[in-house]
Write a protein that binds this ligand. Structure first.
Ligand SMILES: C[S@@+](CC[C@H](N)C(=O)[O-])C[C@H]1O[C@@H](n2cnc3c(N)ncnc32)[C@H](O)[C@@H]1O
Length: 256
């Protein structure tokens, strides 16, 4: 068998916490977000996992969120995407591969406040040959200047905004206001870590993304909002249909 031929099935028995999805009952198959990749693209993802396992740079989203995004992007040709929170570049690579599949150049503006993480992610973008599709920017997601930088790179109003940054209640409230305003009518915000379980990620201890999402949706009744797997308090089984215990919030901006 060729190296890597099993693709993500090689992780089915991997006990590390980051491979949790691959250990769930019934998940011994290769999800579309990986099976859709060319052999060279899959080799990059595999190398990325090996390198970040070694450096312990673990903080990426997992298969349920990336599969949801993959469906929106390829199914609806989302070609102006903002991501708040790049980390080591996992979602950046997978979103970049989807954009390259559609030949949607300058399609992803991804932001991080951490210069080291920006450098790491940029090196992977370069290795993957995604320089025409992705810009890894250094900046703060609560700064209005970041909205202008995104607009300039994308050449228009973002139609898909992914929020996966500090997980802090106060900063998330600011992000929701700032980036909902920046979103195109008919566009979608996808918010990671909205569950009760993920409230523990808020280092300020003020209730995390979930509290911000709950308050924001009460104050913005004109927006259509939805919360998936929001009540989960642990990684234990059983899980609802949407398997990520971190939960997923959706905000749709009406108008188009
Ligand atoms: C959970 S990780 C992002 C994971 C990434 N979306 C993925 O799936 O590969 C969160 C990242 O947000 C960054 N971050 C935190 N606060 C931020 C802010 N105010 N502005 C921009 N980035 C921020 C952190 O430095 C960290 O790298």
């Amino acid at each position: 068998m060729e190296p890597g031929a099993l693709r993500s099935r090689e992780w089915t028995g991997n006990p590390s916490p980051r491979y949790w999805w691959h250990r769930l009952p019934g998940m011994d198959f290769v999800p579309a977000v990986y099976s859709d990749l060319s052999a060279d693209e899959w080799a990059i993802v595999r190398e990325w996992y090996a390198a970040t396992d070694l450096s312990c740079s673990i903080g990426e989203a997992a298969v349920p969120l990336l599969s949801t995004l993959h469906g929106f992007i390829l199914g609806s040709h989302a070609a102006r995407i903002v991501q708040l929170g790049t980390h080591a570049g996992y979602s950046t690579l997978l979103l970049g591969f989807a954009l390259r599949r559609m030949n949607a150049q300058r399609g992803l503006f991804t932001l991080d406040i951490d210069t080291t993480m920006c450098s790491v992610a940029r090196s992977w973008v370069q290795r993957a040959g995604l320089g025409n599709f992705v810009n890894v920017a250094h900046g703060n997601s609560v700064d209005p200047a970041s909205v202008n930088a995104a607009w300039e790179y994308l050449g228009g109003t973002p139609e898909l905004i992914i929020l996966d940054s500090s997980h802090e209640y106060g900063a998330t409230l600011i992000e929701l206001d700032l980036w909902f305003e920046a979103l195109a009518p008919g566009g979608l915000m996808v918010i990671h870590d909205v569950s009760k379980f993920a409230q523990t990620f808020d280092v300020t201890g003020q209730g995390g993304v979930r509290r911000a999402f709950d308050e924001w949706r009460v104050a913005n009744r004109g927006a259509e909002t939805f919360l998936l797997n929001g009540e989960t308090r642990s990684m234990d089984l059983p899980r609802p249909l949407y398997k990520d215990a971190c939960g997923l919030g959706l905000i749709h901006k009406p108008g188009a």
